[in-house]
Design a protein around this ligand. Structure first.
Ligand code: 3PY
Ligand code: MG
Length: 253
């Protein structure tokens, strides 16, 4: 099976830089990979993508070296199985609050005997190779999002879930769940402490920890703090920043 670039980078003890797509555009997906993202995640939770977009975006990412990921909108097993069948090499599941939910997520994303994923890797085999079934469980990366007060409370138990490769911290939801406004890195002490607690729990359990960041600078800061996967914001934010700057330049402001 084709190697998962995320695992290759983790095996070298380095951090993955992961692009994030709020749009459903194969063009942007391909661009993210060509420009140097190690992985590209299509966001089906808050992004505009629907299931019919996933095939084309996964195809576009495959034209690059980047690993294709999907953040599913929920832990619905049918959807998790479908995005894997379409060639995702990793799934990020939002709002995981308990170890039981984490175990259900691993079950949905793993073939028996490890889990209950149904067989039918229509595009997974095209992308992954003929030994897809034999290697999928060990090659696919499963990240459970910690982004609520309940998830924080249960983070150690969640991190102990067999088959979970890592957690992914959602700082915005975590902040609002703790009664604060979402903000950039280190903007609130309580949120920052919660984030550090999650990182420590993941590393203590021997699994990886990723985090969504406010941009390139924030991602570099988090990388330095020991996060294993960092997302330097999303495509719409990056476009927004460049548009504002270029329009201001065009107006001579
Ligand atoms: C959050 O910050 O809540 C996220 O889900 C980031 O993707
Ligand atoms: Mg969130």
């Amino acid at each position: 099976m084709r190697a998962n670039k995320i695992q290759t980078i983790w095996n070298a003890n380095q951090s993955v830089i992961c692009g994030w797509m709020n749009t459903e555009s194969p063009y942007i997906a391909e661009m993210m990979g060509v420009k140097g993202m190690d992985a590209v995640c299509l966001d089906m939770q808050h992004g505009v993508a629907h299931i019919q977009d996933v095939y084309h975006v996964m195809q576009a990412i495959s034209a690059t070296e980047a690993a294709p990921l999907v953040r599913v909108p929920s832990s619905d097993p049918a959807l998790i199985m479908k995005v894997l069948d379409l060639g995702a090499y990793g799934v990020i599941c939002p709002l995981v609050d308990t170890a039981e939910e984490a175990a259900d997520f691993v079950h949905a994303s793993s073939y028996p005997p490890m889990g209950g994923r149904s067989y039918g890797p229509v595009r997974g085999t095209l992308y992954g190779g003929p030994d897809y079934f034999a290697k999928a469980n060990e090659t696919i990366v499963r990240l459970a999002m910690i982004e609520t007060a309940s998830g924080l409370e249960n983070v150690e138990a969640i991190c102990a879930t067999s088959g979970l490769d890592g957690i992914f911290i959602g700082p915005a939801d975590l902040a609002i769940s703790l009664g604060h406004l979402p903000g950039p890195e280190h903007s609130n002490d309580e949120v920052e402490e919660a984030i550090s607690t999650c990182k420590a729990a993941a590393h203590k359990a021997g699994i990886k920890v990723g985090i969504f960041c406010s941009g390139g600078k924030g991602a570099n800061l988090r990388r330095g703090e020991g996060y294993d996967l960092v997302v330097p914001s999303h495509d719409a934010y990056l476009l927004d920043r460049i548009l504002k700057a270029e329009i201001a330049l065009a107006r001579g402001d």
